[in-house]
Design a protein around this ligand. Structure first.
Ligand code: ATP
Ligand code: MG
Length: 257
């Protein structure tokens, strides 16, 4: 039996009368790169936001491993090794790329950086350690040459890599990525895929929302598809490609748009 790292039971999220998630039960296997696909408005980001505690579910439950976290705060999730990025990157634009990585939510370091925290020697040593680690991670995502650049000045693709760098600071066992390749150049997308693959080989579990089918088909297994707040398919990428329900969901969404 595969180990389940994260699951939901009958998860529901409503916005007024609208049901963005409806009795959604999924199980995410440890050690895999699971792809989450579905037409615009299917509820993919809403699922992420309820998984990560940003949104409170209307009903149902979320379990990392066997522990229920339905109403946890997001910093508690980081401590449990569950890290995530937003569909749209949200860097602190005036801060440098390096500072953005340093204030990643590890023990709320960000709040302490500017305060009296780093005044004494021990704290300065701590800061140096964090800086070193941040630089190593920036090297890994190939942004080290931009360390001192303001985060608002880097390209959209580089911002996606910066988001990945920020979550890597917490040494997560699982990373949720919401459209990491959206608006990213083919070269940077290749790089991103390479880094994700490398991290996965080292044991990191991924759950990735993507519209880039090339990315999904080559790198994700299993694939989960959603439409109208429900899971409509789970299987291999090859099975996904020939599934009529999926084709219908995408066509339906295109017609409704
Ligand atoms: N805060 C909100 N208030 C009201 N409706 C919302 C809210 N967030 C999402 N929705 C609605 O819920 C549905 C699902 O949205 P969601 O962002 O989860 O879709 P998605 O699958 O991520 O789509 P995309 O591929 O376009 O990112 C959409 O119809 C959206 O308009
Ligand atoms: Mg979305």
């Amino acid at each position: 039996m595969p180990e389940i790292i994260l699951s939901t039971k009958k998860l529901t999220k409503t916005f007024g009368e609208f049901r963005a998630l409806e009795n959604l039960s999924v199980e995410i296997q440890a050690g895999k790169i699971t792809g989450l696909i579905g037409p615009n408005g299917a509820g993919k980001s809403t699922l992420f936001h309820t998984l990560t505690g940003i949104l409170k579910p209307t009903g149902g439950q979320v379990f990392p491993k066997s522990q229920e976290i339905t109403n946890s705060r997001t910093n508690q999730l980081f401590k449990m090794g569950l890290a995530f990025t937003f569909q749209l990157p949200r860097p602190f634009k005036k801060m440098s790329v390096l500072e953005n990585v340093m204030i990643s939510p590890v023990n709320q370091i960000g709040e302490r950086l500017t305060g009296p925290f780093f005044q004494n020697t021990e704290m300065k040593r701590e800061e140096a350690k964090i800086r070193d680690r941040a630089m190593q991670i920036l090297e890994f995502v190939t942004l080290d040459h931009l360390a001192n650049q303001a985060a608002g000045k880097i390209s959209g693709g580089q911002m996606k890599l910066l988001e990945l760098a920020r979550v890597l600071m917490v040494n997560p066992s699982m990373i949720l990525l919401d459209e990491p390749a959206a608006g990213v150049s083919p070269t940077l997308t290749e790089l991103l895929i390479e880094k994700i693959t490398e991290l996965n080989r080292q044991g990191t579990t991924f759950l990735i929302i993507e519209h880039n089918m090339d990315f999904i088909m080559k790198r994700c297994d299993p694939v989960i598809a959603m439409a109208e707040g429900k899971v409509i398919f789970e299987g291999t990428p090859a099975e996904a490609q020939r599934n009529p329900l999926l084709l219908e969901a995408y066509l339906g969404a295109a017609i409704n748009d």
